[in-house]
Ligand binder design. Sequence first.
Ligand SMILES: NC(=O)C1=CN([C@@H]2O[C@H](COP(=O)(O)OP(=O)(O)OC[C@H]3O[C@@H](n4cnc5c(N)ncnc54)[C@H](O)[C@@H]3O)[C@@H](O)[C@H]2O)C=CC1
Ligand SMILES: O=C(O)[C@@H]1CCC=N1
Length: 276
Amino acid sequence: MKNIGFLGAGAMTEAMIQGMITKEFIDRDRLFIMNRSNSDRLAELEEKYGVRTLQDVETLLKHSDVIVLAMKPVDAAYALESMEPFLTDQHVIISVLAGITTSYIEESIQPNIPILRAMPNTSAAIGYSATAIARGKYANQEHSSFTQQLFETIGTVVQVREEKLNAITGLSGSGPAYFYYMVECMEKAAILNGIDQETARHLIIQTITGAAKMLSETNNHATHLRERVTSPGGTTQAGLTVLEKYKYEEAITECITEAGKRSEELGKILERQSHL
Ligand SMILES: NC(=O)C1=CN([C@@H]2O[C@H](COP(=O)(O)OP(=O)(O)OC[C@H]3O[C@@H](n4cnc5c(N)ncnc54)[C@H](O)[C@@H]3O)[C@@H](O)[C@H]2O)C=CC1
Ligand SMILES: O=C(O)[C@@H]1CCC=N1
């Protein structure tokens, strides 16, 4: 059994540890978390999940076989630099950082350390992440399998080629936020139309959950399911016509494309800074 150390105690780390603990993938005392500065946050995670928290990178690396990079992409260069003196050929690194390539990480640290890049999402907290993983050049099948097993404790996993990961980040890494935004808009619209917030919230959540389950459990295509809701000349058609008028498809396409481009940009910014 391996020990897992997290650098970064933010939203994504919390979602991952919550999922792993709930699914009993690993004993709590095999999880080590460190943060750059916020000791209140570490105390909060320790209290909530019974995980072990640490203040310095040397101790974290000493205790961990697998290191999960979970700071903001902009903080990655400093994090890698601080890890470098304490890394050994026994470590495996898993990065969930948007946009940061495995080759950037490989070049920043001593050679031959296996790097896996993963893009989960925050639904990891309840075991519903959609995670995509790719391996860097020093990672082998065994490393991929371990990483897959790890992320399967917090949802589903697909293995992809690394060049797909920026687009996937825009799609499913950021994806939950698009649905939350839609729910926010639907709640506001419901209230505007005289429905109280509590009733609206219940109806919307059940509707979105039902639609997701129809997609996954009936295996029908979204187009077919949409058509079955849409009676000719009925209410749905009236609503969808407005979405078309406001270029809904174009908005969604641009949203996912831009998010993916931003992922690529985040990686490039760091690479440029490192070459300065
Ligand atoms: N939030 C999300 O939905 C997802 C986030 N990600 C990726 O996960 C990473 C973390 O995202 P969040 O948790 O949302 O960010 P966050 O801002 O909530 O947390 C990042 C944490 O890392 C800490 N940190 C910074 N430098 C550090 C260092 N050198 N050593 C240790 N800790 C350090 C910060 O103090 C902060 O608490 C990002 O790179 C993001 O691209 C990936 C998938 C989904
Ligand atoms: O917004 C972000 O940059 C991160 C990456 C995917 C989801 N959240």
